[in-house]
Write a new protein. Structure first.
Length: 227
């Protein structure tokens, strides 16, 4: 796929921001944003344009038929009666976000049952290709508390490094090395601002971390969930 074509990049960025770009295609675009300024700029442009559009529209309460269809699709029940189709991507994006946040919070309670969440501001869950949780990230006022899942099979000859991609920033910013087991606390980078973070990424690095300040091999990407 030729990501140098402006039309393709713009189309992918639009789908990514709307939430209609899913699965492996979404993960590929997230990895692309790690190395492509154009991809990040395209996503930022669509996010800004859609936010401006959304703010100019008066809120409308969904009809009973719409709620019925939402619940039916979430529960994957067979359709018993004809109902109004859902045509608003932003509505589905909102529900998708809520479902994702709920799954991450549930994983948090499973992985860190003894940790208080009172000071939590944001959370993130890093998963592998088969959706197994690898690291849970709990962001509070001044630090990131990170716990490795028991499903993580870590390499002993390499380290894992956490990065953040910022809007308008040319290069990823390292947040530090991830634990291979147990817990670890990392002080917040001075550039850490949740509203400016496009995504988080995990890279595989030589022991000690990236030798040149850039990700060596990106393994996983995830999004930061604001609570």
């Amino acid at each position: 796929m030729n990501y140098n074509k402006p039309e393709l990049l713009d189309s992918l960025a639009a789908e990514y921001v709307l939430g209609t770009l899913t699965g492996l295609a979404r993960k590929r675009f997230q990895r692309l944003m790690l190395v492509s300024i154009r991809a990040r700029e395209a996503a930022n442009m669509w996010e800004q344009n859609l936010n401006n559009l959304a703010s100019a529209i008066s809120p409308q309460a969904p009809s009973d038929a719409t709620w019925h269809e939402i619940i039916r699709r979430i529960e994957n029940k067979p359709q018993r009666e004809k109902s109004s189709p859902i045509t608003t991507p932003s509505l589905w994006r909102t529900w998708s976000f809520i479902a994702t946040a709920a799954c991450i919070i549930l994983a948090f309670l499973v992985i860190q049952p003894t940790t208080s969440v009172k000071q939590t501001q944001q959370i993130a869950l890093v998963k592998n290709q088969i959706e197994q949780p690898l690291w849970f990230i709990n962001v509070s006022n001044h630090e990131l508390s990170i716990k490795a899942s028991n499903q993580l099979i870590a390499r002993t000859d390499r380290d894992y490094e956490l990065w953040m991609i910022l809007k308008g920033q040319d290069a990823p910013v390292s947040l530090g090395l991830l634990p291979k087991y147990g817990d670890k606390t990392i002080l917040k980078n001075k550039l850490f601002n949740a509203t400016d973070i496009t995504l988080l990424a995990v890279s595989l690095e030589p022991v000690g971390g990236s030798p040149n300040g850039l990700p060596t091999e990106v393994l996983h990407t995830t999004e930061l969930v604001l609570l």
